[in-house]
Design a protein around this ligand. Structure first.
Ligand code: NHR
Ligand code: GAR
Length: 227
């Protein structure tokens, strides 16, 4: 029997990064402390200089770069990337600051077993520069959303959101670090649920313990005590 068919067995994670990898670190640490019932099987980056690759190397985790600039189309990059991911036989693919839009063929191959964290309160501000856009719009709240990945960019069903207050003194960078601290709480939590077989995506949305999570995901509010 393979890992993916043994329901209580430890899951295999493949994590895709493009940058510094602080979210990646929260998974490396969560697995090391057995808070997440999983092993990080590989870390893959489209950016050979990504700090996330170094974090993986330090933790003794296989790490590979596959530079999108060496491919002549998005489809050919995605095909090579999906073959590389498949070679690690993952139960879950985690986008952790991964900065390349993925083609529908790629997404369909991993449907229901690929998650992303997006730094906004989706459905607000899909795409890039979310914190700048929220500040420019005069929003009072910002946050992050963990969602299953579907072909529609940042449009897949939400699993969990964290909300923070935008203070008058906030700029793009202070807001980004405030939100990032909450990303490190909600993303490992969602992955923990998946690895414990409590979370799944089906045709009518996301179920946690067989119950639908509400339309916008469960809200984790920073104004409440955290522990
Ligand atoms: N792909 C699909 N199909 N669906 C999603 O929901 C995806 C996805 C790929 C990545 C992460 C996403 C985010 O959380 C993500 C979700 C990159 C861009 C982008 O515009 C937008 C959103 C996300 C990731 N990328 C540019 C591109 O041309 C490159 C930008 C750069 O290199 O800085 O691919 O925000
Ligand atoms: C995080 O804020 C993540 O939400 C965001 O990039 C940062 C990565 O930080 N993701 C995107 O913007 C995806 N387009 P990290 O490398 O330290 O985890």
């Amino acid at each position: 029997m393979t890992n993916s068919t043994q329901s209580s067995a430890s899951k295999r994670l493949v994590i895709l990064v493009s940058g510094g990898g602080s979210n990646l670190q929260s998974f490396i640490d969560g697995c090391a402390k057995s808070e997440i019932n999983a092993t990080v099987s590989a870390v893959i980056s489209n950016n050979p200089d990504a700090g996330g690759l170094e974090r993986a190397a330090k933790a003794g985790i296989p790490n590979l770069a596959i530079d999108h600039r060496a491919f002549e189309s998005r489809e050919s990059f995605d095909l090579a990337l999906s073959e590389l991911i498949d070679s690690f036989n993952p139960d879950l693919v985690i986008l952790a600051g991964f900065m390349r839009i993925l083609t529908p063929g790629f997404v369909d191959h991993f449907l229901g077993r690929m998650m992303n964290i997006h730094p906004s309160l989706l459905p607000a501000y899909p795409g890039l520069h979310t914190h700048r856009r929220a500040i420019e719009a005069g929003d009072k709240k910002a946050g992050a959303t963990v969602h299953f990945v579907t072909p529609e960019l940042d449009g897949g069903p939400s699993i969990l959101q964290a909300q923070v207050t935008i203070e008058n003194s906030d700029d793009e960078s202070s807001l980004a670090s405030k939100v990032l601290a909450y990303e490190h709480k909600i993303y490992p939590e969602a992955v923990r649920w998946f690895c414990d077989n409590r979370l799944r995506m089906d045709n009518d949305g996301v179920k946690l313990d067989n119950k639908p999570v509400c339309e916008s995901g469960i809200i984790y509010n920073s104004s409440e005590p955290t522990s």
